[in-house]
Design a protein around this ligand. Structure first.
Ligand code: NAI
Ligand code: MG
Length: 476
């Protein structure tokens, strides 16, 4: 039988307006640093650009600039005026959406379909939503009629949603009247620096937003800086713990959004084809580099074989490869380090006795690639069922009764998200009450909205982002 093939549909990289080098953004202007880092396209291993690395002195300068801007300009400014800047930033993100999407895909390795349809629109939506709050803060939190900004915030973000994470952090902080020093991740600094340029383009007063690229040492220098009033961190649980230790006893405020090992629970009455789409979206969206990924599939025993078979058939149709191609479903793993981690945990999964399966697929010769992988015959004690893989790897477990589903779903040190698939509305409500997870999706997965709070329990961190709860983290 003849096979239909998709014609290549690559997005043009010219749109990214890639420059050879990018500076750090302090007090309203871009400048070089001593050292530089190279940002790489993980799909090809090609160096995209050299980026200035911020050192201790740069952190000092940025925090001082943010303090000045907070005291002299941004803090005293009426909320209605701050709102105008946020609306302007949101509109410029929309105007430059294609450029940002292509740049994100080049720097991160995620499919252009996702950066175009998810990351960039959500980044704009975050600014629009919070712009609307800037002059209504006295209504944001019941019983707090006169909320004040916290002051200067240090924000550290990861590489999985570089622009979107920057927007999640910046928009509520700025709406509430705080100023910010933001550190993007070392493997994906480019879109945060274009966002800094957008702040310039929006005439945001100097010092309100500062962006300091660099790796762990830059982040650590920022987190421990005594000039901050608040630290917000998204990333690994280990680094989150370290930051919490650093801040203990200082009186500085902290919010942490850390890892996850979400259960996606499929009951036997669920619409199974729809559930399979949700399972695929839950774990293979963004190559599984998602803190709230549905990485543990809990299937009711009676439909286990049927679900696994449908899932495998569906995975055979996923298209993996050039992230710039508009037909691509699965892009590259973000870095060699992350690929090594995904490989290691998958090898351990096999060694511990789980059954490993991937669809037949050819991986590109260059770049960092890992096929969509499903583990069945998984026990709760297996590391593949306990550790956050942060890659395209699904562990399938079974249950017989709703009570067993709940017990297994909650049997994790994390508590960020969960999914429930069933026809029964009453069971959905019962499950959401039992599950220790910040977000529970019902008959869907990985849905994000600026009006909806997002955040974890237990080792997934504390504090919420989005909605009024997210604003509260930036109000005194
Ligand atoms: P990471 O936690 O090291 O990196 C996140 C951010 O923290 C980056 O901007 C990094 O430069 C910065 N950072 C690193 N060390 C720091 C320090 N000592 N003080 C302050 N900032 C510091 O995460 P990494 O190494 O990229 O990934 C390792 C694992 O962490 C992943 O496999 C995944 O399991 C988890 N992770 C979870 C994320 C989430 O969204 N919850 C995001 C990224 C990673
Ligand atoms: Mg990169």
């Amino acid at each position: 039988m003849a096979q239909w093939e998709y014609a290549p549909a690559p997005e043009s990289r010219e749109i990214a307006r890639l420059r050879e080098s990018y500076g750090m953004f302090v007090d309203g202007s871009f400048g070089a640093g001593g050292e530089t880092l190279k940002s790489v396209n993980p799909a090809t291993e090609e160096v995209l650009a050299e980026v200035a690395v911020a050192g201790e002195a740069d952190v000092d300068r940025a925090v001082a600039a943010a303090r000045r801007a907070y005291e002299q300009v941004w803090g005293p400014m009426p909320g209605a005026e701050r709102a105008k800047y946020l609306f302007r930033i949101a509109r410029i993100i929309q105007e430059r959406a294609r450029e940002l999407a292509v740049l994100e895909t080049l720097d991160n390795g995620k499919p252009i379909r996702e950066s175009r349809d998810v990351d960039v629109p959500l980044a704009a939506a975050w600014f629009f939503y919070h712009a609307g709050w800037a002059d209504k803060l006295e209504y944001a939190i019941p019983g707090r009629p006169d909320p004040r900004p916290v002051g200067v915030a240090g924000q550290i973000i990861p590489w999985n949603f570089p622009l979107m994470m920057a927007a999640w952090k910046l928009a509520p902080a700025l709406a509430a009247g705080n100023t910010v020093v933001l550190k993007p991740a070392e493997t994906t600094p480019l879109t945060a620096l274009v966002l800094a340029e957008i702040c310039q383009q929006a005439d945001l007063p100097p010092g309100v937003v500062n962006v300091l690229p660099g790796a762990g040492p830059t982040g650590a220098a920022l987190a421990r800086h005594p000039g901050l009033d608040k630290v917000a961190f998204t990333g690994s649980t280990d680094v989150g713990r370290e930051i919490q230790r650093t801040l203990a006893g200082t009186g500085r405020r902290l919010t942490l959004e850390l890892g996850g090992k979400a259960a996606n629970v499929v009951f036997d009455d669920a619409p199974l084809d729809q559930a399979v789409e949700g399972i695929v979206n839950g774990i293979f969206f963004n190559q599984g580099h998602v803190c709230c990924a549905g990485s543990r599939l809990l299937v009711q025993e009676s439909v286990h074989d049927e679900v696994v078979e449908k899932l495998q058939r569906r995975l055979g149709t996923l298209r993996m490869g050039d992230p710039m191609d508009k037909n691509t479903d699965l892009g590259a793993i973000n870095s060699a380090e992350q690929l090594a981690r995904v490989r290691e945990l998958s090898d351990i999964g096999e060694a511990e006795g789980a059954h490993r399966w991937s669809p037949a697929c050819t991986l590109p010769d260059r770049g960092f690639w890992f096929p969509p992988t499903v583990f069945t015959d998984v026990a709760q004690s297996h590391r593949i069922a306990r550790d956050e893989v942060f890659g395209p790897v699904l562990a399938v477990l079974t249950f017989r009764t709703p009570a067993e589903a709940v017990e297994k779903a909650n049997n994790t040190p994390y508590g960020l998200s969960a999914g429930v698939w069933t026809e029964k509305g009453s069971r959905i409500f019962w499950m959401t009450q039992q599950l220790r997870a910040g977000v529970v999706w019902a008959n869907t997965f990985n849905k994000f909205d600026p009006t909806s709070p997002f955040g974890g329990f237990k080792e997934s961190g504390f504090g919420r982002e989005g909605g009024r709860h997210g604003l509260e983290a930036y109000l005194d």
